[in-house]
Design a protein around this ligand. Structure first.
Ligand code: 13P
Ligand code: ZN
Length: 293
């Protein structure tokens, strides 16, 4: 390396050392979202997890990407069924397993981690966070599978979010778990629903979480849906930005709340299918026509 290169490298390092990663926009977004999700009651105790694919250049403004703190193996994964090739080298900020969303904002360095998918595809390299020895969420294999499925549909997808929203979960116990029927009921609950989730809601039956099987099944649903209900457990949502993903889950949850507030009373009024068609056409969204009656 020449003298000028050495100077430039030292300059980059000094610049990086002056930037506080806890003030980085992507760390703040994670903190704010976890706090909001906790406040809304979607993430009791350690419930829920988020993974957010980051831009390498943006991360390099804060961290030396050559400094790997440790490698974290991918847990609960059957390598044969799980090919992570499209994500090799990608960097994510992710919540830790067993960590409480309630605590993320005040202590991001212990509750969050920035990881890069390792070249050998067997684990992730920790670049920052999980300071108390923590690991990525137990659902990280499912998240990675969902990222791959969504990226194949939309190259701009960045976020996968899992949580336990109260009314959506309540609805699982009293409404038929049929994709068409559940989506239709939700679309009827708020005028904007068909515009926010025109692709509808996918459903998986109750399955054991933290396994490849549920990851493969979720990713399979994510080819058609940006939101998938895990029966009697919670939801998985995906989107381009944190706001979009949060807003998607928030809209489904709001509709489920209205359903739960009204389901044991006589229904006098409703949004008709013909009204939903008008909305979808006005907003130019491609909706699941087969989910209308
Ligand atoms: P983690 O604590 O491993 O993220 O798991 C929480 C959860 O919601 C499992 O489904
Ligand atoms: Zn969960």
């Amino acid at each position: 390396m020449g003298f000028m290169d050495e100077i430039k490298k030292a300059g980059r390092e000094i610049k990086r050392a002056c930037k506080d990663i806890t003030a980085a926009p992507f760390v703040r977004e994670m903190c704010d979202n976890c706090a909001n999700m906790y406040r809304l009651g979607w993430d009791e105790r350690n419930g829920g997890n988020i993974s957010y694919m980051l831009d390498e250049k943006e991360v390099a403004e804060y961290l030396d990407l050559n400094k790997v703190i440790r490698t974290i193996p991918l847990m609960g994964v059957n390598a044969a069924a799980f090919d992570v090739t499209p994500l090799v080298g990608k960097i994510f900020i992710v919540t830790g397993t067993g960590k409480y969303f309630k605590n993320v904002k005040d202590d991001p360095e212990n509750n969050l981690g920035i990881v890069r998918v390792a070249q050998d595809k067997k684990g992730v390299e920790l670049l920052w966070g999980f300071a108390d020895g923590g690991r990525t969420t137990s659902e990280f294999p499912s998240h990675m599978m969902c990222h791959m499925a969504r990226l194949a549909q939309d190259p701009e997808n960045r976020v996968v979010m899992h949580c336990h929203p109260t009314h959506t979960l309540a609805m699982n116990y009293v409404h038929e778990l049929d994709e068409k029927k559940l989506t239709h009921t939700l679309w009827e609950m708020c005028t904007e629903c068909i515009v926010v989730f025109p692709d509808g809601v996918g459903i998986l039956p109750w399955m054991l979480c933290g396994t490849d099987e549920i990851g493969v099944a979720t990713a399979d649903k994510m080819r058609d849906f940006r939101i998938v209900v895990w029966a009697m457990h919670g939801v998985y949502g995906a989107g381009k930005t944190m706001d979009e993903t949060f807003g998607l889950i928030e809209t489904v949850e709001k509709a489920a709340q209205i359903y739960m507030l009204t389901c044991n009373r006589p229904r006098i009024n409703t949004i008709k299918d013909e009204d939903m068609v008008k909305l979808a056409e006005l907003f130019g969204v491609k909706y699941r026509k087969d989910f209308l009656n």
